[in-house]
Ligand binder design. Structure first.
Ligand code: NAG
Ligand code: NAG
Length: 485
């Protein structure tokens, strides 16, 4: 606007000091606006990334699966050579090099929850470099309902990123029989360990010394500690080390007995139920806790789901995953339909006749008894020997902020009192907008992500990226001096 009034001004040929002042002001404003559009962090941390080198921002991808969107590698990692059961993976190398070389660039492994949901949800609607969108704009692709679009919040901006369809039977992974599907976290970890070591063996020079971070959300609150603990134990007994550097868990189910006891209070203090409903819900919660203590696992799981059903009924919410949403996360359906497309399957090296199981019922049944079992003791070892990030979307009613705080304060860890006393810092994101809160003491960090539900990266892609990068690189609110309070 400024430039038009300036050009039309009758004074336009006279360079008065006042005009020069205006011009300087205009340049300042323009630079400011440009910096908003192209944030400074992109400019100096990864100059090759903005604009993204592999595609133009303003032209549409020309095929269903543009070449640039292909995983660096994808395929199968056999976890049982007798039966042929194998874990499907997709791997995306870091988009830009910020470490001396790729063999030192951290690698993140992502595990989806469920139990039984495919990690390709993480790939194509949360943290992967491309996500599935409806084909609204691309007339040249009229007969295609979906397109892939670049994800500015991808977690492989500066790290390698590996998605594993876990356990076998989920996503495109192959379970030769339903009996072979893991029924407990030890078996889950055993398969994951084989898959991870096989992945590293695909290119030991490139992968074996990279710091490894394992991340996941929801039911992966079980898997992530399980594989982390398993790696630590394996590292004790062999010299074939897996370079575990840390674990990150978003809205996780870790210590169900404690967490199931938080729903009534959480809903009550969020204004979603009244006092009478709160007492009724507490009765059901206590029953789930009682059954878990008796190790009647199946009954305890039933009881837990009764609490959840009650919460759905009483609150009338569209989804417990985010009390601010008017509809459930609908992109899971897009990803599902996209991955059912035979062409997509071929491109991604999916073995025939594997069909895509977005959330496998068979896996859910296999892990039914596991549901209420705690993995807190595994987190206790991990927090001593590596580093742990817990993050929660603020609006989640399943495994949210309060649910996490309840078990964290019971951690058997010599530093827990210091962690609980540590300051909770306000985290500001781009444009100084509130992004959440960070609390950190030594190896334990907890992050609350503002305006996000159960699937944090789907709701806050850029902030989730800033969080994982800050935590891994130990910068900003995660740097050591921030521990002083
Ligand atoms: C592989 O499958 C066989 C047959 O089901 C089983 O006995 C064996 O324990 C399995 N191995 C692993 C590593 O799961
Ligand atoms: C999985 O796919 C089935 C069949 O398309 C669908 O009914 C279900 O809603 C999908 N689940 C999720 C989580 O999207």
């Amino acid at each position: 606007m400024t430039i038009f009034t300036y050009c039309k001004s009758p004074m336009e040929s006279t360079w008065t000091p006042k005009l020069l002042l205006k011009l300087t002001f205009f340049i300042f404003i323009s630079v400011f606006i440009l910096l908003q559009l192209f944030p400074i962090s992109y400019l100096h941390r990864a100059p090759s990334l903005w604009p993204p080198s592999k595609f133009s921002l303003f032209t549409a991808p020309i095929s269903l699966f543009p070449k640039e969107a292909l995983p660096t590698k994808s395929g199968y990692l056999t976890v049982n050579s007798t039966t042929g059961s194998s874990i499907f993976y997709t791997y995306y190398e870091a988009q830009s090099l910020t470490f001396p070389d790729l063999s030192q660039t951290p690698l993140i492994i992502w595990l989806q929850g469920g139990p039984g949901c495919s990690s390709l949800f993480g790939n194509f609607m949360e943290i992967g470099p491309w996500y599935v969108n409806l084909n609204h704009h691309h007339r040249d692709l009229d007969n295609q309902p979906f397109v892939l679009e670049p994800n500015p919040g991808s977690w492989n901006r500066i790290f390698g990123l590996l998605f594993l369809d876990n356990p076998i039977g989920s996503g495109f992974s192959i379970a030769s029989s339903s009996e072979e599907i893991p029924r407990d976290q030890f078996s889950v970890a055993k398969h994951l360990y084989i898959a991870i070591t096989k992945f590293i063996e695909l290119d030991p020079i490139l992968f074996s010394s990279r710091p490894l971070y394992i991340a996941g959300e929801s039911y992966a609150g079980k898997y992530v500690p399980a594989i982390g603990y398993y790696i630590l134990k394996k590292n004790e007994e062999s010299n074939h080390l897996v370079n575990l550097a840390g674990v990150a868990i978003g809205n996780g189910l870790i210590d169900p007995e404690t967490q199931v006891g938080t729903h009534a209070d959480n809903a009550y203090f969020s204004g979603l139920i009244n006092e009478k409903q709160r007492r009724e819900m507490e009765m059901y919660q206590n029953e789930a806790i009682r059954l878990a203590r008796l190790k009647r696992w199946r009954d305890a799981t039933d009881a837990r789901y009764r609490v959840v059903d009650m919460l759905i009924d009483m609150t009338g919410l569209a989804t417990l995953f985010d009390y601010s949403k008017k509809a459930p996360y609908h992109k899971t359906q897009w990803v599902t339909d996209f991955l059912h497309d035979e062409r997509v399957k071929r491109i991604m090296s999916v073995e025939e006749p594997a069909v895509f199981r977005n959330c496998s019922h068979v896996v859910q049944v296999a892990l039914y008894d596991d549901n209420m079992k705690s993995v807190k003791y595994m987190v206790e070892l991990l927090v001593k020997r590596s580093k742990v990030l817990l993050y929660q979307g603020q609006f989640d009613l399943w495994d949210g902020v309060f649910s996490t705080a309840a078990w964290v304060k019971t951690l058997q860890w010599e530093e827990i009192q210091r962690f609980l006393a540590a300051g909770r810092r306000v985290w500001r994101g781009r444009g100084d907008e509130l992004a959440g809160y960070v609390q950190k003491w030594k190896s334990l960090s907890n992050v609350v992500v503002s305006r996000a539900g159960h699937l944090v990266p789907a709701d806050q892609p850029l902030n989730s990226q800033a969080m994982i990068e800050g935590w891994i690189l130990e910068t900003g609110l995660f740097s050591d001096d921030e521990q002083l309070f």
